[in-house]
Design a protein around this ligand. Structure first.
Ligand SMILES: NC(=O)c1ccc[n+]([C@@H]2O[C@H](COP(=O)([O-])OP(=O)(O)OC[C@H]3O[C@@H](n4cnc5c(N)ncnc54)[C@H](OP(=O)(O)O)[C@@H]3O)[C@@H](O)[C@H]2O)c1
Length: 401
């Protein structure tokens, strides 16, 4: 039975967004879902299985490893706010619990199939919300979550550092299934490689969980490349999730070629550069306490003025393509490779609709060459993450003895 949707707050969607959403909906055969806000047809095949389709769209899907999904996913990285109802993201946005869950359900109604969350988001809080929001819609989505930090799986207490020991993974997954109100996780990522646990032991544990039906597919986030190869030899890695956007193009050198070689799908986190590419930041922006970007060198006062050149380029191309900057940034990612799916995060219904509509924007090869050349001419100043967070990326696991 579909669950009852709380009403989405009345809002004004700018006409460009609405027009493009309808255009995307037309392309994707989701106009009825959009206009009537009715749930997608029941009886759709489980989206977590190979060859399954996004519930609402049949004409525009893309292959992501073993999945076929709508080209734009949704990230849910939310934290409890100061009141029981308040929900905050990592940056400066917030919503409330019921609006957040309505937003997730609205995304499903728009055809979004790939939902990304993690044990660490909250911790536990985002999984609880996603699980509750997707009641009645579970079979229409590809539900992705992550393990890997040393968090008490019951209380959510952060004990510090990483933990991918097999017994911990098994305990985490049992608790994730309960929170997500499901009997299977479609895609389970190791959030960060644990240097102290041989990756063969991690992959072997996932393989056992797959055999038990608790997990359908295995993913890795920000892994070292040799660890990917070693893991893949034990159990197929279905998807790699790394930061990738016009603001951070690191995966182009080695990670995307590896995905191509091994047939691994690629999910981009922070595809909007933490809001920067969407035009929400100026050279004078200073990030407050609690905003993750406050500790990110590329958003520091000495880097921002130079990096605004990238925002101006995105804005110019957005005008040229009759799109918004966020749409331009998302469409560019989709155009890079056919196996890429971005998971933008938002707390805002107009932004969600705008991001979904990016699926209708395409580039000619000439446009792509021109845009790539223009991007290459703008060096980004400052590291993408703080030194402590950066140290956890690209890590290799200890050899198996
Ligand atoms: N694997 C990992 O280690 C990792 C790390 C970070 C994130 N992630 C995943 O990636 C997802 C997305 O990353 P992210 O949230 O860090 O960055 P993002 O998607 O690049 O940016 C999110 C920010 O952009 C704003 N935004 C979204 N759509 C917009 C639009 N159309 N116009 C203007 N502003 C817009 C949001 O604010 P509003 O709420 O106001 O729209 C929010 O502040 C997360 O939810 C999470 O699932 C994974």
């Amino acid at each position: 039975m579909p669950t009852q949707q709380p009403p989405i707050k009345s809002r004004q969607v700018e006409s460009i967004h609405r027009r493009q959403l309808l255009a995307a909906a037309g392309t994707l055969a989701i106009v009825p879902a959009l206009l009537s806000a009715c749930a997608a047809p029941s009886g759709a095949p489980p989206a977590g299985t190979a060859g399954a389709v996004a519930a609402a769209g049949t004409s525009t899907r893309r292959r992501l490893g073993p999945f076929q999904v709508f080209p734009i996913g949704m990230g849910v990285q939310w934290h409890r706010g100061r009141t029981p109802q308040e929900v905050n993201d990592l940056y400066a946005s917030s919503t409330d619990r019921s609006a957040g869950m309505a937003l997730i359900r609205h995304a499903v109604d728009l055809g979004v199939a790939l939902f990304d969350t993690a044990e660490a988001y909250g911790p536990l809080f985002s999984e609880e919300l996603v699980g509750e929001a997707l009641q009645g819609r579970r079979n229409q989505v590809v539900l992705c979550t992550k393990f890997g930090f040393d968090i008490d799986p019951r209380s959510g207490e952060r004990r510090g550092g990483l933990n991918s020991r097999p017994e911990h993974i098994r305990e985490v997954v049992d608790n994730q299934l309960r929170r997500l109100r499901t009997d299977r996780i479609d895609l389970l990522y190791q959030h960060r490689v644990d240097p102290n646990v041989p990756i063969e032991d991690v992959a072997g544990t996932i393989k056992d969980l797959v055999a038990q039906g608790k997990v359908l597919h295995y993913g890795m986030s920000e892994p070292g490349l040799q660890s990917v190869r070693r893991a893949h030899a034990v159990h197929p890695v279905a998807v790699i999730q790394n930061e990738y956007s016009m603001l951070w193009r690191g995966p182009e050198a080695q990670v995307l070629p590896l995905c191509e070689e091994l047939g691994i799908g690629f999910v981009c986190w922070s595809p909007l550069g933490m809001g920067f590419l969407a035009g929400t930041v100026s050279a004078r922006t200073r990030f407050g306490e609690g905003d993750f970007r406050a500790a990110v060198p590329r958003f520091a006062p000495d880097a921002l003025p130079a990096n605004m050149a990238l925002v101006r380029l995105v804005q110019a191309w957005a005008r040229r393509k009759n799109a918004t900057p966020a749409q331009l940034a998302l469409a560019w990612l989709s155009a890079r490779k056919p196996f890429i799916v971005p998971v933008p995060g938002t707390t805002n219904v107009a932004h969600l609709e705008e991001n979904v509509a990016a699926a209708s924007i395409s580039f000619s090869p000439v446009e792509l060459d021109e845009l790539s050349a223009a991007l290459a001419a703008i060096p980004v100043r400052g590291e993408r993450l703080s030194p402590a967070v950066l140290a956890g990326t690209g890590v290799e696991a200890v050899p198996k003895r």
